[in-house]
Design a protein around this ligand. Structure first.
Ligand code: GUN
Length: 281
C-alpha cells in the first residue's frame, strides 16, 4: 500500500479562513496575548507563527517578550494584568519556561476562560468528562484532520506513543470520546513494536527521531506523527521513518506540513471561542 499524505497546511488554511469569516462579523475582534520568556529559538519561531496566524484571521495579538532573568513575581504580575484586560480573550504562555520559573504555577494563574492552550486543571477536567469548552490544540488538530479524511475512530484501536500532558494524555481522551479503544505507550512499555503492530491508528508523540520504523507500522494503518524533532543535519522531522512507513500505511502525516499547522489553526479556533464566551460567566 502507498499512503495518502494528509495535508495539514491546506486544512489549516481552510480552518483559518473559517475563523477569519466569523471574526469579520464580530463588533469587537478577539484578542490573544502571547508571553515568551527567554530566548529559546524554537519558541521564537512558534510565537512568530502564532502572531502571523492571528493577523491572517483578523485576531488582535500582543506579544510579551520577557528577558530570561524574569522573576516568578513579574511573570505572575503580567498574567494577572492580562487576566483583567477586557480586550484580551486568550492568554498563551509559551513553553518551556526558563528552569528557574514554576511552569505549573504560571499555567494555574491563567484564568480558565482565557486558557486557549487548555492547560489549566479546570479545563483539563472538563476535557476528561467530555464537557464543552477548550480542547488542547495539538490533539484537537489531529481529530480535525481525521474528520477531514473521513477516518472514524469508532471501534478502531488507537495506539498513542507518548504520555505528555500536552499531547499523549489529552489525545487519548479525545480518541476515547470518539469511541476508539486506546492504548498509551511510553518509555517503560515492554514491547513497543508489538503494541504498535496492534494499531489501526498510530499516533507518534514521543519526540524521538526514528523511533517508529516501518516494521512497527501495520499494513493499512493510519499514521499520525505529532513530533517536531531536528535530525543530525538540523532538518525538521518527526518520530516516524516517513518514506518506508508511507509504503505500508493507508494515511500518513508529513513533518513538516502535517499536525504542526493544525495545532496553530486550533489555537485560532480556541481564541474565537474564548472571545465568544468572554464576559458570559
Ligand atoms: N510549547 C510547545 N508546544 C506548546 C503549546 O502547544 N503551547 C504552549 N503554550 N507552549 C508550547
Amino acid at each position: 500500500m502507498s499512503a495518502t499524505v494528509m495535508d495539514g497546511t491546506a486544512l489549516a488554511a481552510k480552518v483559518k479562513e473559517q475563523v477569519r469569516a466569523q471574526v469579520e462579523t464580530m463588533e469587537r475582534k478577539p484578542g490573544l496575548a502571547v508571553i515568551l520568556v527567554g530566548d529559546n529559538p524554537a519558541s521564537r519561531v512558534y510565537v512568530n507563527g502564532k502572531k502571523r496566524d492571528c493577523a491572517q484571521c483578523g485576531i488582535y495579538s500582543e506579544e510579551y517578550a520577557l528577558p530570561e532573568e524574569t522573576s516568578q513575581e513579574q511573570l505572575l504580575g503580567l498574567i494577572d494584568e492580562l487576566n483583567r484586560r477586557e480586550d484580551i480573550d486568550g492568554i498563551l504562555c509559551q513553553l518551556p519556561l526558563p528552569k528557574h520559573l514554576d511552569e505549573e504555577a504560571a499555567l494555574l494563574a491563567i484564568r480558565p476562560d482565557k486558557d486557549v492552550d487548555c492547560f489549566h486543571p479546570y479545563n483539563v477536567g472538563r476535557l476528561m468528562i467530555g464537557a464543552p469548552g477548550f480542547r488542547p490544540c495539538t490533539p484537537a488538530g489531529v481529530m480535525r484532520m481525521l474528520e477531514e479524511y473521513h477516518i472514524d475512530p469508532a471501534g478502531k484501536h488507537c495506539v498513542i506513543v507518548g504520555r505528555s500532558n500536552i499531547v499523549g494524555k489529552p489525545q487519548a481522551m479525545l480518541m476515547l470520546q470518539k469511541n476508539a479503544t486506546v492504548t498509551i505507550c511510553h518509555t517503560k512499555t515492554k514491547d513497543l513494536k508489538a503494541e504498535c503492530l496492534r494499531s489501526d491508528i498510530l499516533v507518534a508523540a514521543a519526540g524521538r527521531t526514528g523511533l517508529i520504523t516501518a516494521d512497527m507500522v501495520p499494513e493499512g494503518a493510519v499514521v499520525i506523527d505529532v513530533a517536531m524533532n531536528r535530525n543530525a543535519a538540523g532538518k525538521l522531522c518527526g518520530d516516524v521513518d516517513f518514506a518506508p512507513a508511507a509504503e505500508k500505511a493507508s494515511f500518513i502525516t508529513p513533518v513538516p506540513g502535517g499536525v504542526g499547522p493544525m495545532t496553530r489553526a486550533m489555537l485560532m479556533e480556541n481564541t474565537l471561542l474564548a472571545s465568544r464566551n468572554h464576559g458570559k460567566a
